[in-house]
Write a protein that binds this ligand. Structure first.
Ligand code: ADP
Length: 446
């Protein structure tokens, strides 16, 4: 992190320095060039004004001050006077653009670069009254030459920026990272250790996860405690009856009855363990159910048939009706769901009661409804009956062979099938549980 911040700071620092230097240089150089162009021209005009009063060409040297070079060229291009060198032996100047322009139009200017020496020369030439051409020149360092000189300073500033960046990054990382380390140390009260607002979402996300984990832990613990408790009760009575038979405490006539009780309790244990296994399979993360198109009515039909005698034994009329309703589902799980709902509707019913199962096709959905004329569930318990091991009337549930897991299994199966559960119940009058499954149309597969 520190390295990253460091690299970025250095990059930003050096880049801004280079850009600033380049920009200032460009602006100043431009202004300077304009100035020089003007200076050369004014000097030429001043000298031209003085020229008629000169007695000899040599006097022109008096004007060659402060870097100015003065040249006098005849109309034929011959150099008559040159302040920087000996005029004699200088080559013909007719080909120089500023001279040619001055001969043709009265004045001319040019700018030539001497690459090796690192300067540019600005020329201004003017035609004089006697036909000669007066030229004034000035050397100016090129931008690159100026830049060359600036390089040590630029390097020094760059070095300062690098140093400053390193210091800043150490400081910034400490300021950024230390609070995070502090948060990690106090992860249990993370919301009380938010050092700056940018870290708040992070802290809240962690807090939320902690709460979720705590809730899952709590539920798991509760489930384990419940399971142990549920297992212990039948095992205690099995152990008790068996002991009485073993020690001969049970009379000969009771033995059969005790054996029946042991059998019953063992049967309940098997049922309970079966339900726990089903539930844990349904809860397995990633244990996706493979869904295939199935007709819900067929499943209802066979499940209701299998419960027929159980209903009759309790004097309950169990009926089903409905259309064929195709859904995407797992046959075994859906049968389990229908079974659990019907089983409850029979067990929490009254003598001469009724249970009606319907499968109804509505737009986009197939609705399964199990309706009974039983004891009903009072409002205060309605939201809880889908919890594991929650029973409104514990003794009735046990008497009728309930494990307290039936509706929890129903809820999980519905969830896996994207079904929505709705419950309507009036105490003393009956209950109706409906599950709405998304319908499966043949086109869905194509
Ligand atoms: P159980 O094995 O005890 O029936 P369930 O999970 O199937 O467990 O149901 C939880 C509780 O919900 C039951 O103990 C019962 O009190 C209540 N319940 C479920 N279905 C009905 C119903 N059709 N009518 C009245 N009460 C019901």
């Amino acid at each position: 992190m520190e390295d990253k911040i460091n690299a970025r700071l250095i990059f930003i620092g050096v880049l801004s320095m280079i850009l600033t230097a380049a920009f200032t240089l460009f602006v100043f150089h431009n202004a300077f060039v304009k100035q020089v162009t003007r200076d050369v021209k004014t000097s030429a005009q001043t000298i031209a004004a003085a020229y008629p009063h000169l007695e000899a060409e040599g006097e022109l040297s008096a004007f060659a001050v402060e870097g100015l070079r003065v040249t006098l060229v005849s109309q034929a291009g011959q150099v008559l006077f040159e302040s920087g060198a000996d005029a004699e032996g200088m080559e013909n100047h007719l080909s120089r653009p500023e001279i040619a322009a001055a001969i043709a139009s009265g004045q001319g200017e040019d700018r030539r670069t001497s690459g090796t020496l690192g300067y540019e020369t600005y020329y201004y030439a003017q035609k004089l009254a006697d036909g000669n051409i007066l030229r004034v020149a000035m050397n100016v360092k090129t931008m690159y030459a100026i830049y060359d000189k600036a390089i040590p300073a630029v390097l020094l500033i760059g070095l300062c920026i690098v140093l400053l960046s390193v210091l800043m990054s150490v400081f910034l990382t400490k300021k950024l990272v230390n609070p995070i380390v502090d948060m990690a140390r106090n992860i249990d009260e993370i919301e009380a250790h938010i050092p700056y607002k940018e870290l708040a979402p992070f802290a809240y996300a962690i807090k939320e996860q902690q709460l979720k984990k705590k809730e899952v832990d709590r539920m798991r613990q509760e489930f384990t405690a419940n399971v142990s408790h549920e297992l212990k009760t039948p095992l205690t009575s099995i152990s008790g009856y068996a002991e009485m038979i073993e020690t001969g405490l049970a009379k000969e006539a009771d033995v059969k009855d005790f054996a029946r009780k042991i059998h019953n309790e063992a049967g309940r244990l098997i049922e309970l363990i079966g339900d726990i296994i089903k539930l844990s399979e349904l809860e397995e993360p990633g244990g996706e159910t493979e869904l295939t198109p199935v007709d819900l009515r067929e499943i209802v039909e066979s499940t209701v048939d299998s419960l027929y005698f159980q209903a009759e034994r309790r004097g309950i009329a169990l009926t089903y009706r409905g259309d064929s309703g195709m859904v995407l589902g797992d046959k075994k799980q859906l049968a389990e769901l229908v079974y659990n709902l019907c089983d409850n509707a029979i067990r929490y019913n009254r003598p001469q009661g009724r249970v009606e199962v319907t499968v109804e096709t509505v737009p986009d959905a197939v609705v399964l409804t199990v309706k009974d004329t039983g004891i009903g569930i009072s409002k205060e318990y309605q939201s809880r009956i889908f919890e594991r091991f929650y029973r409104v009337d514990k003794s009735r549930s046990k008497e009728t062979g309930g494990t307290g897991l039936g509706l929890a299994i129903v809820k999980h199966i519905a969830l896996r099938h994207h079904g929505e559960i709705s419950l309507k119940s009036t105490e003393g009058r009956g209950t109706s549980i409906a599950i709405r499954f998304p319908s499966y149309a043949k086109e869905d597969a194509e």
